[in-house]
Structures are given as C-alpha cells and as structure tokens.
Design a protein around this ligand. Structure first.
Ligand SMILES: [Zn+2]
Ligand SMILES: [Zn+2]
Length: 514
C-alpha cells in the first residue's frame, strides 16, 4: 500500500526561533547572570535543549524496511515542555489522542469551562504551587456543584460529575497568564440499579445567569482562601515583585503586565502593531461572565459522538505556548510575533528585540514535575466508577509493561514505536500513528515499497553520527551558536524613557508573516 505523503526531516535550524536562540541565547543568559541572579536551571536546560531538537548530528534513530532494505534516519527531539513548537505540538497531539481514546467516555457530550484570574492575583497564585492547586480545586468544585444541582432538579440526587483539567501558563501574545481549561462532562453518572454499570444522564447547557453565579462563587472562595492565608492585601504584589525580588520574579511579573523586564527598554510596554480598535462580536460574550477579573467562559461544547471535534477541543486546551509560524524576523533584526487573534485595541503583531523575545519565552517554561493535566470526579484515578466508564478501561486494567514505559522515557523523536518492546496498551499513542492521525503522514511507512519500517538503532556515538551525516549529505556539525556579546553597561544611550515608544518599523521593513 503506497501512501501519498512520507516523512521528511524537518529543518529546525531554518526556523526564526532557532536562529534567534542560536544567536542570542548566550548573551541573554550572560545578561541574566550579571543583572540578576540568573535563571532557574530547568529554564536554561530547556532553552539550550531546544537548540539540539531535531538536529541530526546531535543524535538519531535509524529505521529500516525489511521488505526492500530501505533505511531512514530520524533526528532526536528535546522533549521540551515550554517553548519547543515541535515537541509541544507532539505532546499536544499525543495527550489529546490519549484523552479521546482512553479517558473521556464515548457518547457523552462535553463542555469546556475556562477560568482566568484577575491580573492582581496572577503572580501571587502562579508562584505558589499549593495555592494554584487550591484554586484549581475551587474551580472544579464550583462547576461540579452546578452540575449536581442541575442533576438534582432532573431527579438525580446522587449524580457524579467528571472533568479533565489542563493548566496553561501563557496567554495570547506570549504573556505569562496561568489559567485553566476544563473539559467537563455535560451531565452526571449515577447508578439506578445496584451492582449494575453506572449510567450517564445528560444535562442541559448552563444559562448565562448560572455561568455568572459560577464566576461570583469562584471569586468569593478564592478571595476567602487568600484572606485566610493573609495574602489578600498583596494586591500590589506584582509591582512589588518587579521592584524588589529576583530577576526571575521580575521577568514573570513584567510578562503578566505586558512589559519588558530587562535591557534598555526595561519597564516599557511591549511594542504593539496593528490597526483600528475592534468590537468583539457579541456571540463571543455568550456564556461568559466576569466577576471582578475572575473570568469564566463556558460557551464551547461538543455533542456526544463527535469524536473528531472532541479531539480538536482537547488539542486546543493542550496547545503549546508557541507556534513557530507566528514568528518572523524583520530586516532590523527585531522579531515580529503575529497574534492568534486581533486584540480589542486593534493590535495584530507584537515586536520584540531578540533578547526581549527570549525573556518572554523563558517565563513560559513550566517547572519540572508539575502535572499540567489533572483528572477529577468520576475521571480521577481514585474514582470507583472510572474503570467502568472510560474507553479501553478493560485492556488498561491488565497493566502496563514497565519496559514500554522505560523505553518511552528515553524518547527519541520516534520512541514508543517499537512494537516488540511492549505488548500492553501503551500509555501514549505511538508517534508514527500520531503523525498519520494528525497530518495524514505515516512515518513508518516505507517511502520505497510502502512496507512497515522498524527502529533498528539509536545512534548517539559521535563517530557513528559523523559517518551517518556524511552518508546522508547532512552537516556533521550542529548549527553554530554565537558566544555571548554581553558587555556590562553603565547606562543605555537611548533617547526617551519608559512610556515613550520607539517608532514602529516602516511597512517596507516587514517580512510578510506566513
Ligand atoms: Zn520498503
Ligand atoms: Zn523539541
């Protein structure tokens, strides 16, 4: 069977992001060391790791077709969780497939609930992991309470709701904005007959008043929590942080405010480009409510049985912070970032110097070990009914092969695809399968004969890699990384000061965004 499209190695070194980081990362980190206490280790690791991602001479996997003896080489990836568009995209597809295939019950309608927090609490809550978890808990409980009361009205006093929650660390415009997207089952499970499987009862969509009440309740509960912890007065915390705390706090606080934290434009607002202010279409406001900055949004739902649409929604809530196509380099050396959608003031693009862009990206790297996706109610791992309602539950309960999990932990760009490594249902969807599911590409389909290819080796030895690159006509050296050009400055010879914006580049300087 021949397929129309086959895998070709992506060329990350040609991406604007790669060019920016290879040229300016060393300078940025040097600046961070000199002007503050540097960046957390995991952030540096992620930024450097990105530069090796998909670069063949940094390591590869060899796949082979037994039918026609054809071989193919696939570069290793960085597995970054914050800024790598490629790995972020893969994780998004991977987790979305997992949610649809193995977590969200089939034939059940779902609704997305989104909670964003007031500016004044964002820094405070994002910085404190326990506080953040508590806020997540409040959000879930308040929506659950609404669903349970709707169920009661429908004559079901003991209904059990369920949800999957994704924490996002960013807002549009590379802004640090920790907020929550939940996919809630639009109904509850209950067990009408003892010893029989639980049954799902669909519930009507919430009304505008109910959504407004959810926002009000969340505000009340979160503020009560902050008061109890003595943090309610910390409204000025962001500003204080920007003044007094570590460089890392400054970067986070400035990002929340849409300002620049380092370099000659310190304190300035990020430069915006765009047109006329626009009015948001009224449809967007439906089932949205705001309680003093606690913004709740519940207008997106997917009916039962719409699996593709559901997977699209899952991908949306899991999308990575940065899509590489939004960045382009200007002739001036600055970077143009295209917004996903036009802001209400008409802004379509943001302009950063390379160092400013790196500053914004660094903040988006999540701390290691924090779960970005959590399961609640009947979908939580502890729920008694979970096994009876999630798809594929029976196979899963036979247990995972530890070998397959271990193999995945090493994860070359292609790991997890060796069928011989694990016979149990893999926790993650094999990469080749994902590629075909998402892009209509089958990476393990032999481009010569259409047969199935297998991973035969992981190549990490420098001598072997050099030979491999030579055979393939690929460069044996990684793209050069510029050393730091940071010089200790005593003052910046910039005209103007905070509040005064440099002129927007003339239209002639634009490279058309793709
Ligand atoms: Zn073949
Ligand atoms: Zn990567």
């Amino acid at each position: 069977m021949a397929t129309s499209a086959t895998y070709t190695r992506r060329r990350p070194e040609l991406d604007p992001l790669h060019q920016i980081l290879s040229e300016h990362l060393a300078t940025f980190l040097d600046q961070a060391e000199h002007e503050g206490s540097g960046l957390p280790g995991y952030v540096k690791k992620e930024l450097w790791g990105y530069l090796d991602c998909g670069i063949l001479c940094k390591g590869a996997v060899r796949v082979h077709c037994q039918d026609c003896d054809h071989s193919l080489v696939v570069a290793l990836s960085c597995k970054g969780r914050g800024i790598c568009p490629s790995c972020g995209g893969r994780r998004m597809n991977d987790t979305a497939a997992h949610l649809v295939d193995r977590v969200l019950p089939d034939d059940v309608s779902v609704r997305q609930w989104v909670l964003s927090l007031p500016h004044r609490y964002r820094f405070l809550i994002a910085k404190d992991v326990q506080l953040l978890q508590k806020v997540v808990g409040i959000f879930v409980r308040v929506v659950f309470a609404l669903l349970c009361s709707l169920a009661k009205q429908a004559g079901i006093p003991d209904g059990k709701p369920g949800a999957v929650l994704a924490l996002q660390r960013f807002g549009d415009g590379l802004i640090f904005n920790t907020h929550m997207h939940g996919i809630f089952l639009q109904g509850v499970y209950h067990r009408p007959v003892a010893d029989q499987a639980p049954v799902f009862v669909a519930l009507p969509a919430p009304t505008q008043e109910q959504v407004a009440r959810v926002a009000q309740k969340i505000k009340k509960k979160v503020e009560r929590l902050l008061r109890k912890k003595g943090r309610l007065d910390a409204q000025g915390a962001q500003e204080e942080a920007a003044q007094e705390q570590s460089l890392w706090d400054k970067l986070c606080a400035a990002s929340i405010q849409g300002r620049i934290a380092t370099g000659p434009k310190q304190g300035w607002r990020v430069q915006r480009l765009g047109g006329q202010a626009v009015l948001l279409p009224p449809g967007e406001r439906y089932l949205c409510a705001d309680a003093d900055g606690f913004n709740v949004h519940a207008h997106t739902s997917v009916g039962a049985g719409h699996k593709e649409e559901r997977e699209r929604l899952c991908r949306y809530i899991l999308r990575p912070a940065l899509c590489g196509q939004r960045l382009s380099l200007l002739a001036s050396g600055d970077v143009l970032f295209q917004l996903k959608r036009t802001w209400s003031d008409g802004t379509k693009y943001l302009v950063f110097t390379p160092l400013e862009l790196i500053e914004k990206l660094a903040v988006l790297v999540p701390p290691p070990g924090r779960h970005l996706v959590t399961y609640h109610g009947v979908l939580s791992s502890a729920a008694v009914w979970r096994k009876q309602i999630i798809p594929g539950a029976q196979q899963k309960s036979q247990g995972e092969d530890p070998q397959s999990v271990k193999a995945e932990a090493r994860d070359p760009e292609a790991a997890g695809i060796q069928p011989e490594l694990g016979t149990a249902v893999p926790r993650r969807t094999p990469w080749a399968q994902l590629m075909s599911r998402t892009f209509g590409l089958d990476v393990l389909c032999c481009p010569k004969c259409g047969g199935r290819m297998k991973i035969v080796a992981v190549v990490l030895d420098p001598v072997e890699i050099a030979r491999l690159c030579e055979n393939l006509g690929e460069p044996a050296q990684a793209p050069p990384i510029k050393p730091s050009r940071y010089q200790v400055q005593t003052g910046w010879d910039f005209a103007g000061g905070p509040g005064e914006f440099p002129d927007a580049p003339a239209p002639a300087e634009f490279v058309d965004p793709p």
